[in-house]
Write a protein that binds this ligand. Structure first.
Ligand code: FAD
Length: 395
C-alpha cells in the first residue's frame, strides 16, 4: 500500500499548541498528521525543533490547570501526545525543512518526503535565547530558567541573578522581586536597552541591583543536590572574573519565534512572530498559527494549548465551508470529462456556488482545470459565435 502523503490537516509542532490542535482535529475526525520535530527529547536546540516543545526542557510545571500537585514538563507533554494519538492523530519525527503555501494543496517537506494538506496549522513555537554554556543546560530546571512567570514561585526568599538589558529582563527581574530577597541584573553593556519606563521601575526597586559590562561565564551547582549555588561573572572590559553566590539564574535575553520557514510566505511582525487575525487565521486562507510562534506576550503552556484548540476549530470550519464547494467543482470536472454536459448546467453550477474569495483560492487548481476542459469542448466565442462560459472568474 502507498504511504499516505495527503492530509486534510497537517500540524507543524508537538508542543502544547500543536498537540492540543491535534486532539481537537482528531476528535473532529480529520485524522491529522503532527510533525513533531527531530531532536531526541529533552534538549533545547538551536532550531527549536524538539518533540514535545519547550516544556520538555523544564522540570516542575505547577501552573498547568488540572495538576494540583504539579507535573514534570516532559510527563505533561507525554500525556498530551497520548491523548492526541488515542483519537487517531498520526505522528512523525522529523524536521520540516521547507513549506510551499503558494499552491494548493500546501506542501510540507520533511527530509526527502513531501506531504500535502488542505489546511496547515503552524505550532512551531519559539526558542528561548540562552547563553550557550554547558552548565546552563545541565542546570536548566534546577535553578536555571528562561521563564520568570513559570518558575519565580520556586524562589521564595532566595537570591537571584537575571541576565539581560532589555524590557524582558526588567520585567522578569521586577516580577521576581515578589519572591526573591535580592535580584541582581547582569548586563554586558554599561547601559540598558530597555524602555525608560521599565528601566525606571527596575531602578527604583530596592531589591534590584545592577552589574554592568559583565557576562555570566559559568553556572555552579549540582542538579541532584539543590541546584544552582552561584555563577562566575566576567567583566568584558577588564577581563576580570568573580564568583557570585546566588540560588537561581534567569536568562532574559529574549525569544526567537521558529518562523524562518515562513519568511516571504506569511506575514510576520518585525520580530518574526506570525501575524494572526480573527482567531488563528494567517494572511493565507487555510493556514493557521497558534502557540508561541504567534504570541510574544503570554508565552505560557495553557495559552499555547488554548490557541491550539482555536486553530483546530478554525481549520475544521474552513474545511467545512470550503470543502463541499470544491467537491462540487471536482464533480463538475468529472461530468465534463465523462458524459455530455450542457453548457447551461455548468453555468448554473458555478453561479449556484457563490464562492467567497477564500473558497475561490482553494478551488483555484480545480477551477483552472475545469476551465481548460470546458474551453476544449467549447471553443472561444469568436470561433463558435456564442459567449463562453463565465468560468474565468474562478482562477
Ligand atoms: C525553561 C522553560 C520553562 C517553562 N515553564 C513553563 C511552566 O512552568 N508553565 C507554563 O505554562 N509554561 C512554561 N514555559 C513556557 C511554555 O513552555 C511555552 O509557552 C509552550 O511550550 C509553548 O508551546 P508551543 O506549542 O507554542 O511551542 P513549543 O513548546 O516551543 O513547541 C514547538 C514545537 O514545534 C516543533 N518545531 C519547531 N520547528 C520545527 C520544524 N522546522 N520542524 C518540525 N517541528 C518543528 C518543535 O519540535 C516543538 O515540538 C516554559 C518555557 C521554558 C523555556
Amino acid at each position: 500500500m502507498d504511504k499516505k502523503s495527503h492530509y486534510r490537516v497537517i500540524i507543524l509542532g508537538s508542543g502544547a499548541a500543536g498537540l492540543t490542535a491535534a486532539i481537537y482535529a482528531a476528535r473532529a475526525n480529520l485524522k491529522p498528521l503532527v510533525i513533531e520535530g527531530s531532536q531526541p527529547g529533552g534538549q533545547l536546540t538551536i532550531t527549536g525543533s524538539q518533540p514535545g516543545g519547550q516544556l520538555t526542557i523544564t522540570t516542575d510545571v505547577e501552573n498547568y490547570p488540572g495538576f494540583p500537585k504539579g507535573i514534570m514538563g516532559p510527563d505533561l507533554m507525554e500525556e498530551f501526545k497520548k491523548q492526541a494519538v488515542r483519537f487517531g492523530t498520526e505522528t512523525l519525527f522529523g524536521e520540516v525543512t521547507s513549506v510551499n503555501l503558494k499552491q494548493r494543496p500546501f506542501q510540507v517537506t520533511v527530509g526527502k518526503e513531501t506531504y500535502t494538506c488542505d489546511t496547515l496549522i503552524i505550532a512551531s513555537g519559539a526558542t528561548a535565547k540562552l547563553l550557550g554554556i554547558e552548565s546552563e543546560m545541565k542546570l536548566m530546571g534546577h535553578g536555571v530558567s528562561a521563564c520568570a512567570t513559570c518558575d519565580g514561585f520556586f524562589f521564595k526568599d532566595r537570591e537571584l541573578v537575571v541576565v539581560g538589558g532589555g524590557d524582558t529582563a526588567m520585567e522578569e527581574a521586577t516580577f521576581l522581586t515578589k519572591f526573591a530577597t535580592k535580584v541582581t541584573i547582569v548586563h554586558r553593556r554599561d547601559k540598558l536597552r530597555a524602555s525608560k519606563i521599565m528601566q525606571d521601575r527596575a531602578e527604583k526597586n530596592p531589591k534590584i541591583s545592577f552589574v554592568w559590562d559583565t557576562v555570566v561565564e559559568e553556572v555552579y551547582g549540582d542538579p541532584k543536590a539543590g541546584g544552582v549555588t552561584g555563577v562566575r561573572f566576567k567583566n568584558v572590559k577588564t577581563g576580570k572574573t568573580e564568583d557570585f553566590k546566588c540560588d537561581g539564574l534567569f536568562i532574559a535575553i529574549g525569544h526567537e519565534p521558529n518562523s524562518k520557514l515562513f519568511v516571504g510566505q506569511l506575514e510576520l511582525n518585525p520580530s518574526g512572530y506570525i501575524l494572526t487575525h480573527d482567531g488563528t487565521k494567517t494572511n493565507i486562507s487555510g493556514v493557521f498559527a497558534c502557540g508561541d510562534v504567534q504570541d510574544h506576550v503570554y508565552r505560557q503552556a495553557v495559552t499555547a494549548a488554548g490557541t491550539g484548540c482555536m486553530a483546530a476549530i478554525d481549520a475544521e470550519r474552513f474545511l467545512e465551508e470550503a470543502g463541499p464547494k470544491v467537491i462540487k467543482l471536482q464533480r463538475l470536472v468529472k461530468i465534463e470529462h465523462g458524459e455530455r454536459s450542457e453548457n447551461r448546467q455548468g453555468n448554473d453550477f458555478l453561479s449556484d456556488l457563490q464562492l467567497s474569495d477564500a473558497q475561490l483560492r482553494i478551488a483555484d487548481p480545480v477551477g483552472r482545470h475545469l476551465q481548460q476542459v470546458l474551453e476544449q469542448r467549447n471553443p472561444p466565442a469568436r470561433d463558435r459565435g456564442h459567449v463562453p462560459l463565465p468560468i474565468a472568474h474562478v482562477s
